[in-house]
Design a protein around this ligand. Structure first.
Ligand code: ATP
Ligand code: MG
Length: 215
């Protein structure tokens, strides 16, 4: 990954994350970035904002603090980081650190804590291509072949994208695939590996969201 920490901090320094940064402020964040003449697209899910700079090989991930319920009451997330926090990006960065010399490290997008901007934590992750069903079809034979591997784990609550798993097994081989399935079940990292949360880095299957929301 090539990035300039100073530049990212300068870019974000005048945005007021304040208290209760959440998905309802994505338009405001996008308008702010556009006003800085910054070229980017963005995405977000339940727990994170994702800024995708044009022409770079990284994305900036910023955690949401919580959410507004239907009566407009703000709730902090409380179940991140093994149930002691709100920051799901930190969970992702901590998990990447935990992989240190594990052979599964290359199956997860490189993720780091960058620093605080006015007390708000900012993270960086290698840019990947999120999974796209329109560009990824599999034969009946391939789907049949992968089922016995998946059946055991999906019945234990592991949520997996079948097509991506076929690519994973082809790319890394059967041994690492078996270890991956065992590992995400053992450490409970596999509750949200659906199509939104996996992808590819130059053809290499990787998990891009490895901190599934718990409530
Ligand atoms: N490294 C990346 N490269 C490119 N796009 C990414 C990357 N990480 C995330 N995205 C995009 O941003 C979206 C939201 O990111 P992510 O899944 O990490 O957030 P989330 O809030 O946890 O989502 P969820 O709703 O699954 O909990 C992803 O579905 C994906 O489309
Ligand atoms: Mg996600």
């Amino acid at each position: 990954m090539t990035y300039n920490k100073e530049e990212i901090f300068n870019l974000l320094s005048k945005f007021n994350f304040g208290f209760g940064f959440d998905d309802s402020r994505m338009d405001e964040l996008a308008a702010y970035l556009a006003s800085q003449k910054f070229l980017f697209t963005y995405d977000f899910g339940v727990t994170k904002a994702v800024i995708i700079p044009k022409g770079a090989d990284y994305v900036i991930k910023i955690p949401f603090e919580g959410y507004y319920n239907l009566s407009n009451h703000f709730y902090n997330f409380t179940e991140a980081n093994d149930k002691d926090g709100w920051d799901y990006c930190r969970e992702e960065a901590d998990r990447y650190k935990f992989l240190s010399d594990n052979p599964l490290k290359e199956c997860f997008a490189e993720t780091y804590f960058l620093g605080y901007i006015d007390h708000y934590p900012i993270y960086i992750q290698e840019k990947c291509s999120p999974f796209n069903y329109n560009k990824n079809s599999k034969t009946k034979e391939e789907k049949k072949m992968i089922q016995p591997y998946l059946r055991h784990y999906t019945s234990r609550g592991v949520d997996l994208n079948t097509n991506w798993c076929i690519d994973f097994r082809n790319y890394y081989g059967e041994e690492l695939f078996n270890y991956f399935l065992y590992f995400i079940d053992r450490y409970k990292w596999g509750d949200d590996l659906s199509s939104d949360n996996v992808g590819y880095k130059c053809g290499r299957p990787v998990v891009i969201d490895f901190a599934g929301f718990r409530d």
